[in-house]
Ligand binder design. Structure first.
Ligand SMILES: [Ca+2]
Length: 164
């Protein structure tokens, strides 16, 4: 028969074939707290990055039209405002934003031209969930290459944007 123990008065001896029921409870408490620490450690920081890159023969190829693209990933929390801008003097930029491992009809959002006058690409979107996001810095047409500038910002929306 196991020795029933309660609270701080419990005593067990080496001869006891059953461990104190407190031991698993303490272990469970520690395990329950572990994900909390991991969450704090893994909480993403606001993103503010500028990348100067080059599209060239040998880069990844878009499955739609085999145009070249470079991929950049970042972490964002649900509700954050994400802004991405791609510009180039050498080719007609095209942008896609994807979520890691989520179909989202293949991409969350895409953009070709900012305006009729500006062939650069810009995406502005509210992050739908805590996730890893993938940016494809892409050219509109197959075979286009050259230097580009990619800017990625993501962070909590300002208070004015949160207002209805
Ligand atoms: Ca474009």
């Amino acid at each position: 028969m196991p020795v029933r123990t309660t609270g701080c008065d419990s005593t067990t001896t080496a001869a006891d074939p059953y461990p104190s029921p407190e031991m698993p409870i303490l272990l469970l408490r520690r395990l329950a707290l572990a994900p909390l620490f991991l969450l704090v450690a893994c909480s993403p920081k606001p993103v503010d990055e500028t990348h100067h890159g080059t599209l060239a023969n040998g880069d990844s190829q878009h499955p739609r039209d085999h145009s070249w693209y470079d991929e950049y990933t970042f972490e964002a929390k649900g509700g954050w405002r994400i802004e991405i801008e791609l510009s180039s003097e050498d080719f007609d930029p095209f942008l896609e934003l994807r979520r890691d491992g989520v179909d989202d009809a293949e991409w969350l959002q895409q953009n070709d031209d900012i305006s009729r006058e500006d062939r650069g690409s810009r995406i502005t979107v509210t992050a739908p969930a805590d996730d890893t996001y993938r940016v494809w810095a892409n050219s509109l047409n197959f075979g286009e290459s050259g230097a580009y500038t990619l800017r990625i910002t993501a962070g909590p929306p300002s208070s004015s944007e949160q207002a209805p």
